[in-house]
Write a protein that binds this ligand. Structure first.
Ligand SMILES: Cc1cc2nc3c(=O)[nH]c(=O)nc-3n(C[C@H](O)[C@H](O)[C@H](O)COP(=O)(O)O)c2cc1C
Ligand code: SF4
Length: 409
């Protein structure tokens, strides 16, 4: 390493998350890759994550993976099941051989679904509400989940975590943000319940915390268990930092190993999550349905408008979590430069997560370590957001197209 900045140097020291030690403090953020066939990972997905591990990142994260077929936002999404363990195992072995650790992001979409599959259950969420996202498939109303549904879904999270362990993953990241099921329970935007799962921040956190507690009991001594949690939904009437502190404290109390802080609620405030240029113009090019193109154009004028990008765009809110909590915290959102990483270390965060910089340059961490680059080449155009469901899957438009021959197991 050639740079003399102590804070930056600390980012290249190991960190421990529960039973897992990472060789440095860089974790790839889960970014839906679309590299799957029959809902299982392909050779393209394997190569993507191997390149990130070989490029110096301590732990790479597979993007949104559903705990079961019902939890898919898109029909073609990856989900974990007995049938897929073998292909996940090939991938985790390959990442380990490249010197990295590998985490699986596990989630359930709840009402945030665009699947047309009649065999899966009608979208369920905390309450019967209008589901703006479901308008794309004519599922405008959501079903309020019963206590039995909540228990079944908790069991499905535990089953998925066990399968992740059998597949060789070092960690799992429970998705509690961005408007997916657990985030729908946390948010007053979608949770109108009057039972013990609704109302106060403690009640809204109950289901996510029970999921974390049960997953910890099942795999927490063998795997690192993280949660990706919104700091703010970024929409009026949604979750604020004070609510998230309540949730995070409850997650810490059940022994969760780390929290990654994010923000944004997909149907209402998607650009709060990403910042930068709206991906809608690029999405319109690939969207086949006229109705969905109409909805996307509507969205482009409201929630999906450009939103100015700033480096470390969640830092101000993340500081409040840092002050309130003892457990390891990961800073995410606009980490783009060596200085940004040094700031994260100086402010007391335990690791950083990066999404787009590692899509653009899988070896960005190595470059930072060697001092051959101080800044990501990502320009926050967000075209990769539009590209992930295109043939060949996720890619940065600044790079050559993906190798289509790898789109098989
Ligand atoms: C193409 C793309 C796909 C994404 N898919 C996911 C996902 O599957 N799960 C998730 O939690 N966040 C997803 N995100 C959000 C990222 O994990 C991350 O929170 C966001 O990009 C901010 O980090 P960055 O500034 O380092 O990119 C995605 C982001 C991009 C750009
Ligand atoms: S397409 Fe490339 S440059 Fe544009 S936001 Fe994605 S990673 Fe960054």
């Amino acid at each position: 390493m050639t740079h003399g900045n102590n804070d930056l140097r600390r980012a290249f020291e190991p960190v421990t998350l529960g039973p897992v030690q990472l060789r440095n403090r860089f974790v790839k953020a889960g970014t839906f890759e679309g590299m799957n066939a029959e809902n299982a990972p392909t050779a393209a997905l394997r190569r993507h994550h191997v390149e990130i591990a070989a490029g110096g990142t301590a732990m790479t994260t597979l993007g949104y993976t559903s705990i079961n077929p019902d939890g898919r936002t898109f029909e073609e999404e990856t989900y974990i099941c007995d049938r897929n363990v073998g292909s996940f195992r090939v991938l985790t072995d390959a990442v380990h051989a490249a010197g990295g650790k590998v985490s699986l992001q596990l989630g359930h979409c709840g009402a945030l679904t665009r699947t047309r599959n009649r065999q899966i259950r009608k979208p369920g969420g905390p309450s019967t509400t209008v589901n703006l996202y479901g308008a794309m498939v004519g599922a405008l109303r959501t079903r309020a989940m019963s206590e039995a549904d909540i228990a079944d879904t908790t069991a499905a999270f535990v089953g998925a975590a066990r399968l992740a362990q059998s597949s060789g993953f070092d960690a799992i990241e429970l998705h509690m943000g961005h408007g997916y099921l657990l985030s729908q329970f946390l948010s007053p935007l979608t949770n109108r319940r009057t039972d013990r799962y609704g109302g106060s921040p403690e009640n809204r956190a109950r289901f996510p915390v029970v999921v974390a507690e049960q997953v910890m009991k099942a795999v927490g001594t063998k795997m690192a268990v993280l949660a990706k949690l919104n700091l703010r939904d970024g929409a009026r009437g949604g979750v604020e930092v004070s609510d998230s502190i309540v949730t995070a404290r409850a997650l810490a109390a059940v022994g969760l190993h780390a929290i990654v802080m994010t923000g944004g609620f997909t149907p209402y405030s998607p650009m709060y999550l990403f910042r930068g240029a709206s991906p809608v113009p690029a999405m319109l090019v690939t969207e086949k349905s006229r109705w969905n193109r109409f909805l996307l154009r509507l969205g482009a004028r409201t929630a999906f408008r450009d939103m100015p990008f700033e480096e470390l765009y969640f830092l101000q809110h993340a500081r409040r979590m840092r002050e309130a909590l003892d457990l390891p915290l990961g800073l995410l959102g606009g980490v783009r430069t060596a200085d940004n990483v040094a700031t994260a270390m100086r402010e007391g965060f335990d690791f950083v997560q990066m999404g787009r910089p590692l899509i653009a340059e899988p070896d960005f961490v190595r470059k930072l370590e060697q001092g051959s680059s101080l800044s990501s080449k990502c320009n926050n155009c967000n075209q990769c957001v539009a590209e992930f469901s295109a043939a060949g899957g996720l890619r940065c438009v600044l790079n050559p197209p993906n190798d289509a021959t790898l789109n098989q197991h």
